[in-house]
Design a protein. Sequence first.
Length: 277
Amino acid sequence: MQRTSMITVMNHRHSCRHFQPKPIPLDQIHELQAMAHHAQKGPFGTPLRMALHHQSENGKVGTYGTIRGAQHYLVGTVQNGPRAMEDFGHQFHRILLHAEALGLGTCWLGGTFSQGIFSQELREGEFIPAVSPIGIPAEGFHLVDQATRFVAQSHKRLPEEKLFFSHHFSKPISSQDLEQWHAPLFAARLAPSASNRQPWRFSVERHSVQIGLHRHPMYGAMLKTAKLADLQRMDIGIAMCQFEFAAREQRIPGNWSPLSSPINQGILPIAEWKVVA
Ligand SMILES: Cc1cc2nc3c(=O)[nH]c(=O)nc-3n(C[C@H](O)[C@H](O)[C@H](O)COP(=O)(O)O)c2cc1C
């Protein structure tokens, strides 16, 4: 496994939609396949199945022209359940960050993809919330990439004062007071999210950090009317993954436990990172 600093990897990661049309090296394929094989459940225990596929062997993942040149796709399935999307987001992103650490490009696709033949391989109660191309980034201009980045304002992130709180999300906390949590919280802040909406909020408590969901009204309405995967809960799992990588790198070992308190200040508490001695 690589020794690269995952904080550095997360600082440099951005979505890649334009790839060199060649396969990734075999040793990297084996490494990613092994990781995918071991991603069998998330921090809350939902069963998952993940695998890296070559486009030509396994039928095409469709991307409606969003992605150019990719030879490999990471495809994952999850069993329906109350924490399914957070678990999927967390484990899928773990693999994508390892791909990034190997110098490869990735891009979460939760909307602009079709399942191809993978829909025929689903087991009872499973679905495919997202896929990602994995490949060698290409140089040069890709119109769809530029347009998507512009529309989503992908280079931007919300300011700290909108993200970081104390007292169960009720009091804003300044970045000077984050102490040991500074690096994990800033790593989580950089996480990718659907349409770059960044629905996560954090509350720093005495021996823990809570993560909550501040749902964008558009996604709330879409969830009610369309049969869409809950992309914003998947975003929460992704931010949890980035937080966790940085916390472990900063030697703040801990575990996630689910929260079930009601919405406070428009924020639904989801989980808590509790330090273990
Ligand atoms: C759950 C999820 C779903 C996404 N779905 C799509 C998608 O369908 N098509 C696309 O082009 N980008 C998609 N993205 C990529 C986001 O637009 C991108 O992460 C965001 O704009 C931030 O940019 P960055 O990843 O370069 O930091 C998705 C990202 C996430 C996390």
